[in-house]
Design a protein around this ligand. Structure first.
Ligand code: ADP
Ligand code: MG
Length: 446
């Protein structure tokens, strides 16, 4: 049976709405005058009989949204309904699969699966029967009496699935369930799960899966909600009508992946990438930056400059060639955008003149060009340099800048942002940093 037939039968027997959310906003207070808006005006509906994917970058608020849907977290504002009733606490009939499971090391596989039943008051004999059935279904037959330390990562994750399935939830929420596994194991688990779903053998009505992996979403889902970052909101919805089993090589599959890449990358074509006062492509002091090594930045510029790309690449093709996931590739591309070494449009990345020049230059010229762009496009670099120039000692502690950044962002982001500046400032020989004393200095630069 294809997934479309599966859906049709679900529709015939009256399509029920499991989750309905609207106007969901989540704010974390980060201190006196800095709030972090994690989710803003999120609306979504999950129906019976479908696999829905929530696709977004890390930090975009996907896990927060799952916790809100499951009733573990109350949103700052907004309405969430589970099976037609407002959610006020942990929902029944819903279970969660996480990226990696905290299995109890002193319990066997069977006992670890039965743990899932403790909370819902299933009689022991019925519980044992269900646990064995879930173990069998998910491919753990023969491992009932094994302990977690005897299992591979993939087998442990299967225990996680069995624990979620054993309660026979109406909705199974999955938070990046394959992302901690190696490539082959992840693919095997995905295929096994989707086969069971198509065959109607899973004791569940729907799946909501969070992922940052575009191909995974296209491979598994009937509907994909594309989640934007800062703040997180549903930016687009895509229906995938391809029958199962789906092939990653199918041109239609590739076209969908391509389209999603385009939607997920910020549009800043080269000609429009001049600094503006606000918004995309400019980094004010308050912009959090990823700590990307200069080796990765140079490496990507060299790769792009060389054949077969000759200055321009399709992001999905590039990601596949470099065996990088969106979460790894996008921050590098965005840093190149920020520094005006590249532009992005419609899922393609293009080197700028400066980017080409960088790729063709020797190390000293590269460092000078990098320093020029850092000073021109990253105001924080200018601030650090100015403070160091002005102080008689030409030194300033880490906290001088981290405290200022924390007015705009969380402590973690401030730390990462300053670490990025240390990495980039050292490379461009704009300033140095002494790890022992925790001080910025002007010792290495000329
Ligand atoms: P994702 O799952 O998409 O990676 P998360 O929902 O985990 O994103 O986090 C979104 C943002 O909210 C991140 O910036 C994270 O640091 C922040 N965040 C998550 N939980 C909390 C919390 N309990 N308190 C403060 N900030 C949080
Ligand atoms: Mg998450």
């Amino acid at each position: 049976m294809t997934l479309m037939e599966h859906n049709a039968s679900a529709v015939d027997s009256e399509k029920k709405v499991l989750v309905s959310a609207s106007g969901v906003r989540q704010i974390y207070h980060k201190g006196e005058n800095s709030d972090l808006v994690v989710l803003d005006d999120v609306a979504l509906t999950i129906n019976e009989g479908e696999v829905v994917g929530l696709l977004g970058r890390s930090g975009s608020g996907k896990s927060t949204l799952l916790r809100i849907i499951s009733g573990l977290v109350k949103p700052t504002t907004g309405r969430v309904e589970w099976c037609g009733k407002p959610v006020t606490g942990p929902c029944e009939g819903l279970s969660m699969v996480f990226q990696s499971f905290a299995l109890f090391p002193w319990l066997t596989v069977l006992e670890n699966v039965e743990v899932g039943l403790d909370a819902i008051g299933v009689p022991a004999a019925e519980g044992r029967r269900r646990a064995l059935a879930a173990i069998d279904l998910i491919g753990l037959d023969g491992f009932e009496s094994a302990y977690p330390k005897e299992l591979s990562g993939g087998m442990r994750q299967r225990v996680g699935f069995a624990r979620a399935l054993v309660v026979h939830p109406r909705l199974m929420l999955m938070d990046e369930p394959f992302s901690a596994l190696d490539v082959l194991t992840a693919e095997t688990l995905r295929t096994d799960l989707i086969d069971l779903w198509i065959e109607g053998r899973l004791p569940i009505k729907s799946i909501l899966m969070v992922t940052h992996n575009i191909e995974e979403a296209v491979l598994m889902c009937d509907r994909i909600l594309i989640f934007s970052s800062n703040p997180g909101r549903v930016a687009a919805e895509i229906k995938i009508d391809l029958p199962h089993p789906r092939s990653r090589l199918d041109p239609v599959f590739r076209a969908i992946v391509d389209d999603i890449y385009g939607r997920m990358t910020q549009r800043t074509p080269l000609e429009k990438s001049e600094p503006r006062h606000e918004g995309a492509g400019t980094a004010g002091i308050g912009t959090a930056l990823p700590n990307i090594s200069t080796n990765l930045l140079s490496g990507l510029m060299e790769t792009l400059a060389a054949p077969p790309y000759n200055g321009r690449a399709d992001l999905p093709v590039l990601a596949a060639a470099l065996q990088m996931e969106v979460d790894e590739l996008f921050p590098i591309v965005e840093t190149l955008q920020l520094l005006r070494f590249a532009g992005v449009e419609a899922g393609d990345v293009t080197l700028s003149e400066a980017g080409r020049h960088f790729a063709e230059s020797e190390v000293d010229a590269r460092k000078r060009l990098f320093a020029d762009h850092l000073m021109a496009y990253v105001p924080l670099a200018g601030l650090i340099r100015r403070v160091l120039d002005e102080r008689p000692t030409h030194r300033a502690p880490f906290s001088r800048f981290s405290e200022e950044l924390e007015d705009h962002m969380s402590e973690d982001f401030a730390e990462t942002t300053l670490r990025a500046l240390i990495t980039w400032g050292r490379y461009g020989e704009l300033f140095g940093y002494d790890e022992h004393t925790g001080q910025f200095n002007l010792e290495n630069p000329t």
